[in-house]
Design a protein around this ligand. Sequence first.
Ligand code: MN
Ligand code: MN
Length: 466
Amino acid sequence: MQNNNKEELLIENENGYLKLSEQEIKKVNDFCEGYKNFLNNSKTERESVKYILNKIKSLGFEEFEISKKYNPGDKIYYINRDKALIIATIGSAPLSDGVSMLISHIDSPRIDLTPRPLYESSELVFFKTQYYGGIKKYQWTALPLSVHGVVEKKDGTSVEISIGENENDPVFCITDLLPHMAQDQMKRASNQIVKGDELNILIGSVPCNDDQDKNSKSKFKLNNMKLLNQKYGITEQDLISADLSFVPAHKAVDVGFDSSLIGSYGHDDRVCAYASLEAHLETDIPEKTVITVFTDKEETGSDGNTGLKSRFLEYFVSHLATPFGIDYKQVLSNSVCLSADVTSAFDPTWKDPYDNYNSAYLNYGVSLTKYNGHGGKYGTSEASPKFLANVIDILDKNQVIWQTGGLGKVDIGGGGTIASYVANLDVEVLDIGVPVLSMHSPFEIVSKIDVYMTYKAFYYFINNKK
Ligand code: MN
Ligand code: MN
């Protein structure tokens, strides 16, 4: 029988606000209040790990033990060096049937310190920095910055630092030249308007004024180090073994007269991290074991022992399977995964690099990316057709609003995600996530509907009953 139904023959995407009831939009907005709270308390991967741990411990999750045999409904977590985290809820089916995975990253572009950052120049004190991830450097000047992280000391103790988030805290910033004097700066190539070496953070301006040190050559630098020592007991040498990051100090806020959007630092990829966390926590005893991964180092290529190119996920699955006498490779080969990361939302002001037919749009729901990579699918992880069709079926059956997306026209844009590292373990993987405007800037924008639909997509994916 021929199908004459126009709606079924062609894809007719529609803005979520034209599809959802008032009641559903209220659910969307309520969900996003929780998300904003997460953003404001989790500005780095360390703080994200801490936030998630606090939450899951209160819900009965227990630290993973390597040789333990876990039962259906058991809830466990594994921390990797305080910067990456795996949480799991054991399902009723045997592990040999495979697991459902949700993977996202909790690091975001930012400004890190060099190993020896402290210096003074013309009676001002600065930190020398190294940027982390892909940024347009000019966007990070003349902007209040807060500092977050940890200083590990020789004696084995450590100090946690977070300054610039509370109302009475000081903030920090990278200075820029006023327009009247910037003729030469503005003649620079646009990627050199602010150079990496010019991302210097202003941290103080008062010299030592006591008899002992007021004639010291480094009295400005010394005074700031004294302050840090007073408050945190640290020395300049301790900064070498510190992990301190500067990020925008502003909070997540609603954007637009209609408050339909959220502006914040670090939606990429905390939005998918939060959605996957909530979906996981809504799940009591799944059929297949659910493993949700919050990884680090995506923005710098996923290398290092807390990034997904490391084998910590593989080891975890192996340790989970071994007590049952199951080969973990069999578990992985039968597993399915949503690689949850943001995609670029279509921007009408900057439409040139977008492919109108294959871009994600704000308010059109969670975005599915069939493949990424660049230059003739180079470096792609492409979802298997059967798996992709299966995910689409799950979304349709559960009224999840979805669309397709990708990073720009052919031969423009493109990029990799953590999908390929899991796909390389012989797991079925699909890239999926929230469309973002102004991605990698200090103030990224997402749509509340898209955030909520991403959460729903994750929930139905891990709770799919055949
Ligand atoms: Mn990302
Ligand atoms: Mn990114």
